[in-house]
Design a protein around this ligand. Structure first.
Ligand code: IPM
Ligand code: MG
Length: 362
């Protein structure tokens, strides 16, 4: 049977609590399906800065290059907030995305039926929401040159970031988006700010040109401000959304509200040889170390890993089904707690999901 090497980068805060729970669930998959996972842990983010001074040490990058997939936690925290730009934990994640050419970030947001009331939005608005945000991840403002701060002669300062995209960068993420939309409900919304930004005008042109190869997918263009509004007003109108890096960062956090909690949302970053899987939530310093974080986003990220990197879709389906069953039975972590449900901590929640998963194999 196959052996798959998985780089494990828990990072900081609740990343260190939820990643081991996702590994626990993968352990069940290994036991039941007969594949072998070789987990090797690496340092990233604040944890790496503390140990080596570098948010992405060479050893971690090497580990990622030589693995079949990466399971990532989260990076950052108040302890490193005052560090200089290049020594911030977030730099580790951004560099990893760039080095591995992970240009397409898939962020599904579904409102599970039993969590409809966990969202602060009305039931009539969020019910049946099932959308996918595809965020371009290695271009735009995050990486564009020139960037930096300069002191002016009069003592004032000037800072610059650059939003830049080439037609090739737009085309490749658009193709991923059309491919994904094709496997969903065949509707793609491309989000831009073409009434103001020339970068967005190019974005719109290129996406339109690519759409000629996907006659079966219905394409619409939407301005980002309008999309921000529509996402919380009429989320069920969306199927697949594709957008540039910064817009995608913002819109995918907004979409988290539709799912009830950020603690529910997994993600996959695809492009290069090795893909990376991470919960959308951050390090949550306010609850870190308390054992109450929701492990479901990390567990669903592990399911995406099986689906996209290891061609193990049936096992991914089982993980998702196990999560749903546990939620159906009324178990909740604090972030999705509702009246009449049973409150669990991180480890207990994952234990129940692991047990349900085992039962689904037999
Ligand atoms: C995300 C996060 C990151 C980003 C941070 C931690 C650098 O917000 O993955 O959405 O801005 O991309
Ligand atoms: Mg973000």
């Amino acid at each position: 049977m196959a052996t798959h090497k998985i780089a494990v980068l828990p990072g900081d805060g609740i990343g260190q609590e939820v990643v081991p729970e996702a590994l626990k669930v993968l352990g069940v998959v290994a036991k039941e399906s007969g594949v072998t996972f070789e987990f090797e842990e690496g340092l990233v983010g604040g944890a790496a800065i503390d140990a080596t001074g570098d948010p992405l040490p060479d050893a971690s990058l090497e580990l990622c290059y030589s693995s079949d997939a990466i399971l990532f936690g989260a990076v950052g925290g108040p302890r490193w907030d005052d560090a200089p730009h290049e020594r911030r934990p977030e730099r580790g994640l951004l560099r990893l995305r760039k080095e591995l050419d992970l240009f397409a970030n898939l962020r599904p947001a579904r409102c599970f039926p039993m969590l409809v009331d966990a969202s602060p939005l009305k039931r009539s608005v969020v019910e049946a929401t099932d959308l996918m945000v595809i965020r371009e991840l290695t271009g735009g403002l995050y990486f564009g040159e020139p960037r930096g701060v300069e002191k002016m002669a009069d003592g004032s300062a000037r800072a610059v970031n650059t939003m830049v995209y080439t037609s090739r960068e737009i085309e490749r993420v658009a193709r991923v988006a059309f491919d994904v939309a094709r496997k969903r409900r065949r509707r793609l919304t491309s989000v831009d700010k073409s009434n103001v930004l020339v970068v967005s005008q190019l974005w719109r042109e290129v996406v339109t040109a690519v759409s000629r190869d996907y006659a079966d997918v219905q394409l619409e263009h939407m301005l980002v401000d309008n999309c921000a509004m529509a996402l919380v007003a009429r989320p069920t109108q969306f199927d697949t959304i594709v957008t540039e890096n910064t817009f995608g960062d913002i819109l995918s956090d907004e979409a988290a509200i539709l799912a009830g909690s950020m603690g529910m949302l997994p993600s996959a970053s695809l492009g290069g040889k090795t893909a990376l899987y991470e919960p959308v939530h951050g390090t949550a310093p306010d609850i870190a170390g308390k054992g109450i974080a929701n492990p479901i986003a990390a567990i669903l990220s592990a399911a995406m890993l099986l689906r996209h990197s290891l061609s193990m879709a049936p096992d991914a389906d089982k993980i998702e089904a196990a999560v749903l069953r546990v939620l159906e039975k009324g178990y909740r972590t604090a972030d999705i707690r509702q009246e009449g449900t049973t409150l669990l901590g991180t480890v207990q929640m994952a234990d129940l999901i692991a047990r349900e998963l085992g039962a689904l194999y037999s």
